[in-house]
Design a protein around this ligand. Structure first.
Ligand code: WTA
Length: 659
């Protein structure tokens, strides 16, 4: 692929060296790369020794039947014991596991590992009493409350795979997931708090369960908001039971069974290129090794002193790997927050709980940039020592802002690339080793083998772009798609023999460092030149008037595709004050992109919009913007966090007004 246009993702030349003190005491040092290269199996076996096993494995990796991997073959363990009981047994029962912060101000709870163990045991006993057996599937549809974590760990304890469905999904989405994995029990709440008001969850469960016939035996409901809910009592042949009725009175003693290393731990649904969501299957041993080790490695976790906060919702993979399983297996003390990023609230939480490690997404960082630095500047953020980013490429402007304003120019930033499918972080800085380069996720972690290849699977030379692939299996890799081995092979392993195709484009820079360029379906082809949406978005947000940008390639009769940009302006950058005249703003931004990247990248259209269509995890749904840019009826909006956004965009967009 000849892609001169991809060579300028940024002209940012700054480097941020690891702080000397962190480097000296880092959990993982530079030698790890060589050690992992020399013997990858031994490297992961050593990582596995950090966990408690019922029975030691016979074989680290069985890759005799690719792409179906088995890790720690013959070993047995219990994920819940590793996340909870063993910390109590080691004398750390008094350590806080979760500092939970509710959305209503005064609503807080701090839960120690000993308390968590008791609660998980009660929930496991309660689920057993409801007839949940090893192998049964349980759907969890909950707000960000401690019971969500307890429910997951109770399922893991019993060997009942959970499928957590994000609370912002519709009843239909919930129903299709329940049906696909055949869940027998649903755990939910009456509602949760969103933007200051109770927001019901139970009605969606009722509606979903109606669609699933006889499949769901019980619905367990946590009382969170106290709002009225329809109720179908079991005494009358219904299915509803209150969490407090079945869990609170249950015994706090529960003897866990050790499960096979390859026993299914959970199914997480994620969208694919077709309409049907894919059920990503993660199993127990490898997943727990991969997540706990990388959490300790990448965040340099010191469990006695750190207060870690991952802002992801439990309904997404980041909530699974880096809020529940990784950190708890490591005995971390963490913050869990119920609400959304309102002005100032996050920084008050960092200040109040003396948070040391913050892991969040670029979209949140750009939202804070838009609100202005005086908000975080009003809080004491001096406890922070390390910052993380995940979910999309972090543009250099956001990276530098995060580093300076939130990190006080002293905290390393780890830009972590991974996927629902990979289960664990694959590419990242090592905070005590790697000098930060704004915008680059740097290198594969020790024990992970990535490559950037061209259409014929040939590795590209430094300075070039191509497709990101994984060459070797890794412990937390997905094992298959639930009930669909064929689709698993077809989706990830069929493009090139023996390579996992991640679906992302990447560039290898002159130093051999990786720059993620977004999904390859987000890569445009304009007049035969390949352009990355991420590259143009990065250029747009480097303009002082722009807070956020999304770029799509829209069909164009002469150039194949044309670049269409949707931008949100900064709060104070009104056309008058920002120095860019209203009608001229589009032209100004087009010129700016041309200047930053080259005339080829100049957007055909720049549309100023009040919002961008995003999923709750912050991913921009470009396909909807493409519909607008191509004057089509807007497609399926069910995964949007706010389904009214498309109406706002359409009314702001001149192209659709012309119709
Ligand atoms: C993107 C979220 C650039 C990428 C953990 C990947 C990133 C998809 C990064 C997976 C990053 C995630 N830099 N892009 N640091 N992290 N992505 O499954 O396109 O929700 O394929 O997992 O997000 O999204 P998923």
């Amino acid at each position: 692929m000849a892609e001169q246009t991809l060579t300028n993702l940024t002209r940012e030349e700054q480097r941020f060296e690891p702080p000397a003190d962190l480097a000296e005491h880092a959990n993982v040092k530079e030698e790890a790369y060589a050690r992992a290269n020399a013997d990858r199996a031994a490297f992961w076996a050593e990582a596995a020794e950090r966990l408690d096993w019922g029975r030691e494995w016979d074989q680290v990796l069985d890759w005799s039947n690719p792409p179906f991997a088995k890790w720690f073959v013959g070993g047995t363990l219990n994920a819940s014991v590793n996340c909870v009981d063993r910390h109590v047994a080691a004398g750390n029962g008094g350590r806080v596991a979760l500092h939970w912060v509710g959305e209503p101000d005064a609503d807080t709870r701090s839960i120690t590992y000993a308390q968590l163990k008791a609660e998980v045991s009660r929930a496991a006993n309660a689920l057993t009493a409801l007839g949940v057996r090893k192998g049964d599937r349980v759907a969890i549809y909950m707000p960000m409350i401690p019971e969500a974590v307890v429910a997951m760990l109770a399922c893991a304890r019993l060997g009942a795979p959970h499928t957590v469905v994000f609370g912002g999904f519709s009843a239909d989405a919930l129903a299709s997931r329940i049906i696909d994995c055949g869940a027998r029990v649903v755990i939910t709440a009456d509602g949760g708090y969103r933007r200051g008001a109770p927001s019901a969850l139970k009605p969606a469960v009722d509606e979903a369960v109606e669609k699933t016939g006889e499949m769901v035996r019980n619905v367990v409901v946590v009382r969170r908001t106290g709002q009225d809910v329809a109720w179908y009592p079991t005494e009358e042949g219904g299915r509803d039971v209150w969490w407090h009725d079945v869990v609170d009175g249950a015994s706090a003693d529960h003897t866990p069974e050790m499960h096979d290393s390859e026993h299914p731990l959970y199914v997480m649904y994620t969208s694919g290129t077709t309409g049907k969501p894919k059920g990503i299957l993660h199993t127990t041993g490898g997943y727990l090794v991969g997540t706990s080790f990388t959490h300790w490695e990448v965040f340099d976790l010191k469990p006695q002193t750190d207060v870690y906060w991952c802002t992801a919702d439990v309904g997404w993979v980041t909530g699974h790997s880096y809020m529940v399983y990784g950190p708890l297996a490591n005995g971390a003390t963490q913050v869990m927050y119920e609400g959304t990023p309102e002005k100032g609230r996050w920084w008050k939480i960092v200040q109040d709980y003396r948070v040391t490690i913050l892991y969040t997404a670029p979209t949140a960082i750009r939202t804070f940039m838009k609100q202005g630095r005086e908000i975080p500047d009003g809080f004491d953020l001096s406890s922070l020592r390390l910052l993380g980013s995940v979910g999309e490429p972090i543009n250099p402007a956001a990276y530098v802002w995060y580093h300076e304003v939130i990190g006080g120019s002293r905290c390393p930033i780890v830009d972590t690339w991974w996927q629902t499918e990979t289960g664990q972080i694959m590419i990242s800085h090592l905070p005590g080793v790697t000098a930060g380069k704004p915008g680059s996720a740097m290198k594969a972690l020790p024990g992970v083998v990535v490559d950037v290849v061209d259409d014929d699977a040939r590795p590209v030379a430094q300075g070039n772009s191509g497709y990101l692939v994984l060459r070797e299996p890794w412990p937390a890799m997905l094992r298959t798609l639930w009930g669909d081995d064929e689709r698993f092979k077809e989706t990830y392993w069929s493009r090139w023999e023996g390579l996992y195709f991640a679906g992302d484009g990447a560039k290898l820079d002159e130093d051999g460092d990786l720059w993620l360029l977004g999904r390859v379906d987000d890569v445009m082809n304009v007049s035969g030149h390949r352009l990355s949406t991420a590259e143009i978005e990065s250029a747009l947000v480097s303009h002082p008037a722009v807070a956020e940008a999304a770029v799509v390639g829209a069909a164009d009769p002469t150039t194949g595709q044309a670049v269409c940009a949707f931008v949100i302006l900064r709060d104070r950058a009104t056309p008058a004050e920002g120095g860019v005249g209203g009608a001229d703003l589009g032209e100004e931004l087009r010129r700016h992109v041309a200047k930053e990247i080259g005339p080829i990248a100049k957007p055909r259209q720049v549309m100023v919009v009040p919002e961008l269509p995003k999923t709750r995890s912050g991913k921009i749904l470009r396909r909807l913007l493409k519909d607008v840019a191509e004057h089509r009826e807007v497609g399926d909006v069910t995964t949007l966090a706010d389904s009214t956004v498309m109406d706002l965009i359409k009314s702001a967009s001149p192209s659709s007004k012309e119709e």
